[in-house]
Design a protein around this ligand. Sequence first.
Ligand code: ZN
Length: 347
Amino acid sequence: MENKESAKERFLGSFLGAVNDWDKHLAEAIDSDDDPNRKKVAQEILDEQENHGNIINSGLGRETWYSNDYFINCMILDFISYAKGDLDLVNELKLIYVGKLGNPGVDAEAINMDMESEGYLIKILWEMDLNIQLISSFVSYHAYGMQIEDENEIDKLTPGLVESFLHLIDKEALLKKANEDAHVGQTDEEDPSSLRNHIASELYEASMKFLLGHEIGHHFLKHTKSNGRNIVSKFIPTDVTINQLHLDEFAADNFGFDLTIFRGKKESNKNFLLAPLIVILMLALLDKTPEEPSQTHPSMRNRYLNLLSKVSEINEQVASELQQFINFVASWINDFLHGYWKTEWWK
Ligand SMILES: [Zn+2]
């Protein structure tokens, strides 16, 4: 076993553009001549994250982080604390490294195991994380809107709702808006402690955990012994039958669900139960035919129905409420995009 490189070393050594500290990498990209204050604020946030990250990692420093991204490291630490008492699982989880990359595309992948390295490497593209943030924000407006009765208050939600959706489907608009905001020094006026924000951040945390749990599932269920596995369709490994690949995807979805919900003791948290469903909704936005399987993946429709049945095993009433909610949101999307999907695949 000695002299094998770690998953982190493998990440840094084999991916172009891989960095040790993703947030620092982003902060460095801010042009300080352009806006010195923004750079200063970014540096302050970084310092705080670094300090907090080191405290929760028993003061061992960034070298022992499970990701080059602060939030993802926190999430893997949560998984480790969920597994407390199951030493084998804890030890396996400690072999994970999640590397965030700036390459274009919306994907996450459990990288195949190899002889020269140990541990479990997961790669997540920046835009996947961003999409999870945006779908969480978009869905939070809908979820919050359903909890309030004042029509005026509901109307006030529309701009944020539409904007988060437009950013989800048009990244250029998002970048343009971010640039404009930076130049006029505009910040979001919404109170960060608002209920809507709370829903969005819970959905984000739970969705990311489900997504990471899915990739961890591919590793722990030994799907990556010979080939890497993507969250979305890509290629057909030669040594596995298509049917087996489909079964593996359901198994990985179930693993992600169980790790996030059962291990995390979130069975009574509706936002956590909703999160896996909105990850599928987000992936379906990248798929014009969510009712059709691909060679490597089952249909989004069947993945959605499988996750919904997982929720109904916990609570049938909640599963039915969430199904109605997804019906509403998916119909909203399809109307907004004038029939982007040819079928009501969510029904
Ligand atoms: Zn997968």
